[in-house]
Every structure is written in structure tokens, then in C-alpha cells.
Design a protein. Structure first.
Lengths: 193, 187
């Protein structure tokens, strides 16, 4: 650079053409960058805090909708009908009516055949006694509280109205006047509940 | 990695900076999410109410004469039609016939009676006695069925009876509930 004469353009060594702009800046890191020597950093920071916030939101939602008791068991012989104008489930003794028998919380409490053969509305004694015992037990466990008197009927869709009405009447006589029929949820035409 | 920097750490003192171990925390949260998702209950079950409250013995504070309220009797005995009968005590006020036209819902054999539901809504709007949100009583519907009617048919009619909805005040909040309280006829 000092006293030597520069080579003519035909005698210059062949060099790879590189970037020329901002080369005059006498800073090492600038030259490195503009010369193409500076590589993009491979390390990336994952935004963990929003991710944790998101996870916490999911946990809160799932905990709020968590049911420790799980799904109410439906007897395998019972095929429930569906309805649109329904209410949410409640916790109550379950009276299941299959094609052949009546069960209270899984315990046999009478036969549907007997009712159908009698062909008249009647009190089902076995069911009456079991429900009455349940009522007495509830009153002993919760002294001074008002008995809710709610029972949940799981009725197979093919069961006749005579059996349903007999069970309904028996439950009312045993101190369970608030009867709910368990049904499937049928979507409304508009898409809402 | 997140950390807490409270300064200090100079002059030979123990550093007060701490790293919170975020990765195990995220692992824990993911396990919790997985567990809750696996045990989540996506319930499709619901209930429809029926009332079997029978009049008890008269109380001493009860007035001697209680004006009978209007009741909607739904007759589903005929094969071709339903009959809606408004009664006040034993007096029949009005009788309406509706064609028994079922509409299938899905392919599992479920069906509804939309024409009946529509008529019951109109009837409640015209004749319903309990409409105010703070009115704790509900209008009463009585269902008359044949003994041989299948339960699925009974539910379809109850569903139609519960079509009219009204506001109901529970404490400070107001909810929508069915306008009728249904019971079965025993004869």
C-alpha cells in the first residue's frame, strides 16, 4: 500500500467478489458482519412464561370441570331416550328399570313382569321398602335437615308407561315425590343447548 | 431459565440470585393436564323433571276455600291426535286437538313432536298463570297415557310440554326453566 505501484487491472489476482459496502468502518465486529463472516446465532429462546400461563389456564379449566364421582353409571340393559328440554344431572338414588327388573342403585327391587301381568297401576312393595329405608337412613345421617325427596329414574325406552307410572307412584309413596327421568341430550336445531 | 435477581453477592456473601427450575415445573403441569384430560367426564346425560307431589292433609292456617288453578291436561291416548285440555278444577275451559306428527331425530330411533311443542308454547303464552320471574309456582301439566305406551313416546311428549320456558329468580340471578311442572294422571 505504501510505495508499491498498484498492479494493472489485468495483473490483479483473482479474488472472490465480496461485499463492499461499509467496509471502511474501522470496527472489527462491523467488518465481520458486513463481510458475511458473522453467522446468525443458533440459540433460540423459547418464551416459557406465556407457555406456563397457557398451561395454568388449561389446568384451572380442567380442575373446574373435574368430577371426582365420574359418569353416572347406566345399566347396560337400559337404552335411554333423548330429549331437548333437559336439566343438568343431580345426585340422587338411581332407580333403573330394564325390560325385566327394577334396580335401586344396582340392588334388585322388583320385577317389571309382575306389574305388566297385573295390568293395573300398583305399589311395588320391594321397591317401596328399599326407598323407604333409604329415606330413613338419610334422615338419621342428616338430622334436622329437610329431605330432598329426589330420585332418578333410568328407564329403558321400550318399557311400558304402566311400569313407569307404578314406579313413579311407589317412589312418591316412599317419600320421593321429586322424580327425574334420566335422558340423553338431544341437540337443538339452532345448535345451542 | 427464569431467575430472581435481588442484587448482592458482593463482598464474599452468599449470592441471593436463584434460578427457578422451570422445566420440571412445566413437566409437572403437563402431567397434570394429561391426567385431568384422561379423567375428564364428557357427559351427555341429562334429566327431565316430573312431580309426584300429592295434596296432603289440610293445615290449620290454610284458607277453607282455595281457588282451583288452571291445569293443562295432555291426552296422548289417541293414535292420530293429541288433545290439550285446559281445566279449572273439574271444569273444562278449552279443548284443542293436534295432529300426532312425529319427527325423527338422528338414526337411533329418537323422535319429537314439534307441532305439539309449538302449540303448547302458544297455549302457555295465552293461558299460563305463573309468568313473573319472582313467582315461585309453576303452571301444572297432567299427562294422560295408555298403559302400553312405550317410555320413549312418553319422553317425547314430556319434552314437548317442557318447550315453553320462563324466567325464574333464584336468589340474585335469573334462570330459564320450563314453564310447566308435569305429573302423571293415575287413571
Amino acid at each position: 500500500m505504501s510505495g508499491t505501484k498498484p498492479l494493472s487491472r489485468f495483473h490483479q489476482p483473482i479474488a472472490v467478489p465480496g461485499r463492499r459496502l461499509v467496509h471502511h468502518v474501522p470496527l472489527k465486529f462491523v467488518q465481520k458482519k458486513v463481510g458475511g463472516g458473522g453467522q446468525r446465532s443458533v440459540n433460540q429462546e423459547i418464551p416459557l412464561i406465556p407457555f406456563i400461563d397457557f398451561l395454568l389456564c388449561i389446568v384451572c379449566f380442567l380442575l373446574a370441570s373435574f368430577s371426582a364421582s365420574g359418569e353416572l353409571p347406566v345399566d347396560k340393559n337400559v337404552k335411554l331416550p333423548k330429549a331437548q328440554n333437559v336439566m343438568d344431572m343431580t345426585d340422587a338414588p338411581i332407580v333403573a328399570i330394564t325390560g325385566t327388573q327394577i334396580l335401586v342403585d344396582g340392588t334388585p327391587a322388583g320385577s317389571t313382569r309382575t306389574v305388566e301381568e297385573a295390568n293395573r297401576l300398583q305399589r311395588i312393595d320391594e321397591l317401596f321398602n328399599i326407598l323407604k329405608n333409604k329415606r330413613e337412613l338419610w334422615k338419621q345421617v342428616n338430622p334436622g335437615k329437610e329431605f330432598p325427596g329426589v330420585a332418578l329414574l333410568q328407564v329403558d325406552r321400550r318399557v311400558s308407561a304402566l311400569v313407569v307410572k307404578s314406579v313413579f307412584q311407589t317412589a312418591a309413596m316412599a317419600g320421593f315425590p321429586g322424580i327425574s327421568f334420566e335422558v340423553g341430550r338431544l341437540g337443538k336445531p339452532g345448535g345451542g343447548e | 431459565m427464569a431467575g430472581i435477581d435481588v442484587g448482592g453477592g458482593h463482598g464474599g456473601k452468599k449470592s441471593l440470585n436463584h434460578d427457578i427450575p422451570l422445566i420440571p415445573f412445566i413437566d409437572f403441569l403437563l402431567c397434570l393436564v394429561a391426567f385431568l384430560l384422561v379423567t375428564a367426564v364428557w357427559s351427555q346425560m341429562a334429566r327431565i323433571n316430573a312431580d309426584a307431589k300429592v295434596p296432603g292433609p289440610p293445615r290449620p292456617d290454610e284458607p277453607d276455600e282455595v281457588k282451583p288453578e288452571k291445569e293443562l291436561h295432555v291426552e296422548m291416548r289417541g293414535e292420530r291426535k293429541f288433545q290439550l285440555v285446559w281445566k279449572e278444577g273439574a271444569t273444562v275451559i278449552n279443548t284443542i286437538d293436534i295432529e300426532r306428527k312425529q319427527v325423527n331425530m338422528g338414526n337411533e330411533g329418537d323422535y319429537r313432536y314439534p307441532a305439539l311443542a309449538e302449540k303448547i308454547v302458544a297455549e302457555w303464552k295465552a293461558n299460563g298463570s305463573h309468568r313473573a320471574a319472582n313467582d315461585k309456582k309453576l303452571d301444572r301439566a297432567v299427562l294422560h297415557t295408555d298403559n302400553s305406551t312405550p317410555f320413549s313416546d312418553v319422553v317425547a311428549v314430556i319434552d314437548a310440554v317442557y318447550e315453553p320456558q320462563r324466567d325464574f329468580q333464584i336468589g340474585a340471578k335469573t334462570e330459564k326453566i320450563p314453564a310447566f311442572n308435569l305429573t302423571f294422571s293415575v287413571n
